[in-house]
Design a binder for this molecule. Structure first.
Ligand code: HEC
Length: 151
């Protein structure tokens, strides 16, 4: 479990740069989080009652989040891609590169919450809502420490 979680969210931050431009890398990184936001949006609309609860759609969104926890984001955090390096382009704080253990901890809390969400999302709206709140708390937990408020 631990190994999977670490691979999913922090993985080895590569020591060397990549052929792809750093700006493309940052765009891809932000795109990854936009996928999280899109699936969270589907679920939160149902939890709030803005959209009728649909177990199949909720399960799909939760499964998408779970699938994305398997994506190894390490390569998206190449050196030279923090907000200090690329102001205006990214909100990733330099603390990410300085405190990998801390990021891993936030990442593991997130993965655990997503796994719990995926267990119930398709079964019951109230249970999905509770699990969703926990996931949201872990998103925020990481953002508070590792994402700047603005670009
Ligand atoms: C382990 C840390 C971590 C976790 C967990 C995490 N995020 Fe983030 N998120 C970040 C970082 C870092 C950025 C800034 C990326 C950048 O600007 O390069 C970010 C950026 C974002 C963005 C902005 C993308 C853009 O357009 O620039 C959204 C939306 C987002 N996260 C949503 C979520 C949601 C929803 C969750 C939970 C389901 C989540 N994040 C969980 C670290 C995390």
């Amino acid at each position: 479990m631990r190994k999977v979680l670490l691979t999913a969210l922090v993985a080895a931050i590569p020591a060397t740069g990549f052929a792809a431009g750093l700006e493309d890398l940052v765009e891809a990184r932000r795109g990854y989080y936009k996928l999280l936001g899109a699936n969270m949006g589907t679920l939160s609309a149902m939890a709030k009652g803005d959209v009728a609860y649909d177990g199949a759609a909720a399960q799909t969104a939760a499964d998408n989040l779970k699938t994305l926890t398997q994506y190894n984001v390490g390569h998206l955090y190449a050196p030279g891609t923090s907000k200090a390096d690329m102001p205006g382009k990214t909100r990733a704080l330099p603390a990410i590169w300085e405190d990998q253990a801390g990021v891993a901890e936030k990442g593991m809390a997130y993965v655990e919450a997503v796994n719990a969400l995926a267990e119930v999302a398709g079964l019951d709206r109230a249970d999905m809502g509770k699990a969703l709140q926990k996931v949201g708390g872990t998103c925020k937990g990481c953002h508070d420490d590792y994402r700047a408020k603005d670009f």
